[in-house]
Design a protein around this ligand. Structure first.
Ligand code: ARG
Length: 588
């Protein structure tokens, strides 16, 4: 369904049309429409200033001419004012707000009003991507949570999204693991706690093969056998991958994540020679100390003569492939096979240099070969720390298992829910705690700018106050309860709404119409916290409205318009939380 009322975009179009009408060269004029400080209006066109300066015109006079040239529909919908040296402010009139509320009545309508910039585009999102035979750590949780939100945002804005889990399933550790496995594997433990058992076997293998020992030669022999395709070794390796994947999947299920592909590093084994050959032939890579490497002389850090040379290692001196080799092949595969227009890889910031070098290399390579070059994004995030500012660990200093972390979240949420709703049956409290617990962990991560380090605090994330999952989920449940009391379904009672009157009604409506802008900002920057912040502000606005204006009054006209506002707030909150990967509740 196409809705033909999309405020920010409409203002942009109206400004361009006015510019044409007064004879400006639109190729040189950008209206620069932004959401405005609510004191001034809903949207602000800032572009007049820069244009006037360039063209040596008086900005204020130019703004006045533009405003006078605005079309009739725009004047009917907005109060337009000029502020300062030439900012143009647009404030939606109550009747226009009502039109918006009526039009955006479903998730699909909201979707059609969201950025369509991604329509027809294919995006590959590479996230979570843990290493097999190892416990997933908190960093992989961040990657999973942020990555899933990005998938949903980009898809909501029109893209075809491919979710790819780039497992670290290849590498030198498998020699030692097979060595340990062949000697000490405990089938029962492997059944019960597969990853823990594989970690134990790797450790045992590692301890038994110190440098220079004959045992180490045996472990190396295991690796060579695996890499040369020995069937027995491959079968073992396949088992490791499968049990790992099963353990990972149980986490993904709890987070509502379903990957389309698990194209791990091993998938690219037979695609590496082409990388070596093409980069050599193009003279992008050259041999240095026996290794095949790429320098980027235009970036001092990556230059040949850097103080501490840090080349991109395409192939190691012993001929082995590495992280860089597989990532180069991966980029090519995503371009050729998936025809990706965008690639987003979600990992922590410590891999920043790797991806910078990867992207520089890919751009030179694809450019020289005329390959389709996708937009390349390293979606990086900061570390997770405990409240003491140190890396998050268990009490005894071990790594935190994600399974126990999610279990603890549910337990703690159960305590909160039970305290609030002692009267609900146990099973219902458990079901609520499941959604609130997992949602709190997801939301705590998504509500912060991903670039910052993130302080993991149970008390904060489970609080019913502030920008938290419980606060938002509670707002949703509260609106559902209003509809239960009214005896109507959201979407039923509102057609009779004929106007918006009170300041609280108008203020809430003005926040609602900004949804598409929040989506666009979060999507274009690949930063979900912009959407979280918006949802939090919307919920706060709703709460002010609720305190100021009683919804279930007798007067049918007032009741209808307030129910309309409730219904739209509910729709936007539920849609927004779903885009962040959270499930919502009707009762809490
Ligand atoms: N396996 C890596 C890790 O655990 C993350 C992989 C990210 N994706 C990629 N294409 N390099 O840190």
């Amino acid at each position: 369904m196409q809705v033909s009322f999309n405020p920010a975009a409409d203002v942009e179009a109206a400004m361009l049309q006015a510019a044409t009408a007064i004879g400006l060269d639109c190729a040189r004029f950008a209206p620069e429409v932004r959401t405005a400080d609510p004191k001034h209006g809903d949207f602000q066109a800032n572009g007049v200033l820069a244009f006037a300066k360039r063209e040596k015109q008086n900005p204020r006079a130019l703004a006045e001419k533009l405003v006078a040239a605005l079309d009739a529909v725009t004047r009917e919908r907005y109060d337009v004012t000029i502020a300062g040296p030439g900012f143009i402010n647009f404030a939606l009139k109550p009747a226009a707000l009502l039109t918006w509320l009526r039009a955006f009545a479903s998730r699909d309508a909201l979707k059609s009003g969201a950025a369509t910039a991604y329509a027809g585009k294919t995006w590959v999102v590479d996230y979570s991507s843990p290493n097999t035979a190892k416990q997933m750590h908190v960093g992989h949780l961040r990657s999973a949570v942020i990555g899933e939100a990005i998938c949903r945002l980009v898809a909501f804005s029109g893209a075809n999204v491919i979710r790819d889990n780039h497992l670290g399933d290849w590498g030198t550790q498998f020699g030692k693991l097979i060595y340990g496995y062949k000697r000490w594997a405990d089938p029962a433990a492997l059944e019960r706690e597969p990853i823990e058992e594989l970690e134990r076997l790797y450790k045992a293998g590692n301890d038994a093969t110190p440098d220079g020992s004959p045992a180490l030669d045996e472990a190396r022999e295991e690796l060579v056998k695996l890499q040369s395709g020995n069937p027995e070794s491959l079968a073992l390796w396949k088992t490791f991958t499968e049990v790992s994947q099963r353990a990972f999947d149980s986490i993904y299920t709890r987070l509502g994540i379903k990957f389309d592909h698990y194209l791990g590093e091993s998938f690219y084994n037979d695609k590496l020679d082409r990388v070596y050959n093409e980069l050599t032939e193009l003279k992008i890579a050259d041999v240095s100390d026996g290794a095949l490497v790429v320098f980027h002389d235009e970036i001092p850090r990556f230059a040949r003569n850097a103080e501490r040379p840090n080349p991109f290692m395409v192939r190691k001196a012993d001929g082995a492939s590495g992280y860089a080799s597989t990532d180069l092949a991966t980029a090519l595969y995503r371009s050729e096979h998936f025809k990706a227009d965008g690639i987003a890889i979600v990992t922590d910031f410590r891999q920043g240099d790797h991806f910078e070098q990867l992207f520089l290399t890919v751009k030179k390579w694809f450019g020289a070969k005329n390959y389709h070059l996708p937009e390349l994004h390293h979606v990086s995030f900061g570390a997770v720390t405990g409240e003491d500012g140190k890396a998050l660990k268990t009490r005894d200093g071990g790594t935190i298992k994600l399974k126990s972390l999610l279990d603890e979240a549910e337990e703690r949420a159960y305590a909160v829910v039970s305290e609030k709703n002692a009267e609900l049956p146990e099973a219902e409290r458990r079901a609520i705690a499941n959604i609130v617990g997992v949602g709190s962990v997801q939301y705590a991560d998504l509500s912060q700018n991903r670039s910052s380090n993130y302080v993991f605090s149970w008390d904060k994330m489970l609080s019913l106050e502030g920008n938290t999952a419980p606060y938002l989920l509670y707002a949703v449940a509260r609106i559902h309860s209003i509809f239960r009391k009214a005896g109507v379904k959201p979407g039923e009672a509102e057609t009779a709404a004929a106007s918006l009157e009170t300041p609280a009604e108008i203020s809430l409506a003005r926040k609602l119409v900004k949804f598409a802008d929040a989506i666009r900002l979060a999507t274009d920057t690949l930063r979900p916290h912009f959407l979280s912040l918006y949802l939090y502000e919307l919920a706060s606005e709703y709460s002010s409205f609720n305190n100021a204006d009683k919804v279930l009054v007798d007067d049918p006209a007032i009741r209808a318009r307030r129910l309309l506002l409730c219904a739209r707030t509910l729709l936007v909150l539920e849609t927004g939380l779903d885009l962040l990967g959270l499930r919502t509740l009707q009762r809490m």
